[in-house]
Design a protein around this ligand. Structure first.
Ligand code: ZN
Length: 159
């Protein structure tokens, strides 16, 4: 079966940039995702289209197709109560904030009493990325997965 809209794909990846390996799924569960739903970056989704179980391939994504360039005006102050993902915050930690465009990862720079200074550049902004992908399985999504808009199972959404 080929990867197309409404298929559930399980894959391993290793993510590198010019300096070396940044992260890999090989030391934990493979990633499980529902193709055609938001979640993965667009350039990776495009490269997945039409692949099959057993395929291995490399995708090189210039920063514009990955997380974009580093923006200098991305440093801002937010109320600490709007930072999600931990109870106590220290510089260097990654938090989730809700914006008009949806959830966004930010890096905490400075923590005050009620406000924190955060950098809303994605940690991978400004990097040209290389994904080495290994497709493990491709199957039809279940009706329940389609209704929820995400894949179920190890590496996917757990209820
Ligand atoms: Zn669900």
């Amino acid at each position: 079966m080929q990867i197309a809209k409404n298929t559930v794909v399980q894959f391993h990846y290793t993510l590198s940039d010019a300096t070396g390996v940044l992260e890999t799924s090989h030391d934990h569960d493979p990633v499980l995702y529902l193709h055609g739903q938001p979640g993965l970056i667009d350039g990776l989704v495009e490269a997945m289209e039409g692949r099959e179980a057993g395929d291995s391939f490399r995708v090189e994504l210039p920063m514009d197709k990955a997380y974009g360039p580093v923006l200098e005006n991305a440093v801002q102050k937010v109320q600490i109560k709007h930072l999600h993902g931990a109870k106590k915050w220290k510089p260097g930690m990654v938090a989730i904030i809700q914006t008009e465009e949806g959830q966004r990862q930010v890096t905490v720079i400075k923590v005050g009493l009620s406000q924190a200074t955060v950098d809303s550049n994605h940690p991978l902004a400004g990097k040209d990325l290389i994904f080495d992908v290994e497709i493990l399985s491709v199957r039809e999504a279940t009706e329940e997965e389609l209704a929820h808009g995400h894949a179920h199972g190890a590496g996917g959404h757990q209820h």
